[in-house]
Structures are given as C-alpha cells and as structure tokens.
Design a protein. Structure first.
Length: 328
C-alpha cells in the first residue's frame, strides 16, 4: 500500500484532482489517501497558505499530489514553500507532442530539468530607499546536484544529449558557477553529448528547432520560462505535467494554475494532472502501470473523440478522465 498526500488547492485544482483520484481508484494498486489544505481558500480559512499540518502529512507520505493554487497577495507561494520543505530540488518537466493535438511540431520529446530551490525564486526581496532588490542565489552544491539529476534522467530515458541553459555572458558569477558545475558533473558521463546555450538563444531554438533538444538543465527562472514555452509548442498547459523530486520525497503537479475564470465549470483538461500521476508512478517504480497510463492518454488524444474545450472539444473534465481510464 502507498500513502499518498492529496492537496487539491484552489479552482480547477479540485476538479483535476478528482480526475486523478478516479484514475488511481481504477488501477491495480492499493493507495491510502491523506488530505491537506493549501492555497488562497486555505488562507481565507486558516490565515496561512500552507499549514504545518499539511507539511506533516506530506513528509509522512510516499508521494504527494498537488492540484493548483491561486496567488494570495502578500503571502508566500504554498507550492514553492512545499517544495522547499520536502527538499524536492529537481523539477522535471516533460514536453511531448501527441497525435491528434494541434501543435507546431509533431515530433517533440524533451525533458527540462529545472533547479527548484535557488535563483530568483528564493523569494528574498527587500527595499532600499527608492529601490527594490531581489537576491539571485546560485550555489555549487545545488548546481552540481541538478546537473547530476539531468545526466541520470538522460540515461534512464535512453537519450544521449544534455544541454545546459544559462546567461553567463552577463551573469558571469552566478551563471558561471552553474555552467562550470554542469561540465564538471558531465565528466562522469563521457558517453553523453553535452552542449550549452545562452537562455535567449535557447528560447529561440525551442521554437525554431526543438528536435535538437533531448534533456535541458536550467536554473529556476530560466527553466520555468522554457517549460511553459515548450508547453505552447505541444498543445498548451493542459498537456504539461511535472514532478518535483529530491532524495527523500516526490511531489507531482500539473503546471497550469487554478484558472479561476473556468473554475467550477468542470471543463478543465485533466491530462496534465493524469500525466503527473504517471510521473508519480514512475517515482514509485510502478513502471508498467505508469506506461499504461501514458499510453491511454496518448490513445485518447489520438482518437480525438473526447476532448476538453482547450483541445477543441466540449467534453467535461471527468468525461475526459473516464475516456482515458477506458483505454487502460
């Protein structure tokens, strides 16, 4: 039995989490769910976006599923803080094109490995006279361990190239450390091709020739931006899952927001949540079932008979989820 923390959050987070639980109830594994609160509604109720009880539940679980959260003015991001609490320092963002989905390319298959604990997302900002200053913190330790994850993921995915994205021509010290750490760790993997691009060039190549990428490793902000750009190549955020992994914990979430404009209408695309569940199953080493889930998503999209509005159809969130389960 696996103990899974369920943190639905706000808005469509609740709707896509319902789809995720439906999927998990229909596969041949035993789960025990424990529920935690986080996000804007949680703040309205409890005065905090991430209660200590939710953190405790997450730390005691085998894996965590997170839905989405609405930004709370003046309060820290619950998902960023939860990643920190669990020390899930690597954010894995697959970018994959699917048959049956309108996209710019039909042969994209990239994994972006994003450093998850440092950079401008350290949330260390302060005012000085008439200025506001944000600290960008990059350490050798974090840079080396995220590069290690990137090379290991490359091997696990049977790929043969890792690209480092940085801006060391301008951010000479911080991105200098990031780039140097990448090539230092790369020496341990002589069989893997290595190259690097400035982030502006990398963004251009993502649009013009994404087939050149296999695995990309980037710092926090750059990885976040490139990941969403990549999602735009293959059909949008409704098809963009993610996993946050560390040495002891795994946290899995779709990368879309809480979408308050459509919340409560049951029309959100559950594919990114369901694919995040598949990533969780990989993390739990349930590879056969994970592949079954991913294949079912691909078959459902290829058939095109059941599509949510973002994909050009009129199916509900749960109709899409049931169609995917039906393919398993």
């Amino acid at each position: 039995m696996y103990n899974i923390s369920i943190i639905a959050g706000d808005g469509i987070g609740r709707e896509v989490m319902e789809a995720a639980e439906y999927l998990l109830d229909n596969i041949n594994l035993e789960f025990k769910f424990r529920y935690g609160e986080a996000g804007y509604d949680c703040y309205q109720k409890n005065g905090t976006t991430l209660p200590e009880e939710t953190i405790k539940i997450a730390k005691k679980s085998d894996a965590v599923l997170f839905g989405a959260n609405t930004s709370t003015p003046g309060q820290p991001s619950p998902i960023i803080n939860l990643r920190k609490e669990l020390d899930t320092y690597a954010n894995l963002r697959p970018i994959k094109s699917y048959k049956g989905v309108k996209s710019l390319y039909d042969d994209v298959d990239i994994l972006i490995v994003r450093e998850n604990t440092e950079g401008l997302y350290s949330q260390k900002e302060y005012e000085r006279e008439d200025s506001v200053i944000a600290e960008r913190i990059i350490t050798k330790k974090a840079s080396e361990r995220i590069s290690e994850i990137a090379f290991k993921q490359c091997i696990d995915l049977e790929k043969n190239k890792v690209t480092c994205v940085h801006k060391s021509n301008v951010l000479k010290k911080t991105d200098g450390v990031f780039k140097e750490s990448f090539y230092k760790i790369g020496e341990k993997y002589p069989e893997i091709e290595k190259n690097d691009f400035y982030v502006d060039a990398a963004a251009m190549y993502m649009v013009s020739q994404p087939q050149e990428y296999q695995v990309i490793v980037a710092s926090n902000l750059f990885g976040d931006i490139l990941s969403d750009e990549g999602a735009g190549l293959v059909g949008g955020l409704g098809l963009a899952p993610s996993g946050n992994i560390g040495d002891k914990h795994g946290l899995f979430e779709p990368v879309h927001g809480s979408a308050p404009d459509i919340a409560g209408r049951n029309i959100a695309n559950p594919c990114s949540m369901i694919l995040s569940v598949a990533m969780m199953l990989d993390y739990l080493k349930e590879f056969e079932i994970s592949n079954n889930v991913k294949d079912a998503v691909a078959k459902t999209l290829a058939k095109g008979e059941v599509k949510t509005p973002d994909l050009g159809g009129n199916a509900s969130t749960m109709e899409m989820a049931k169609a995917i389960v039906g393919e398993m």
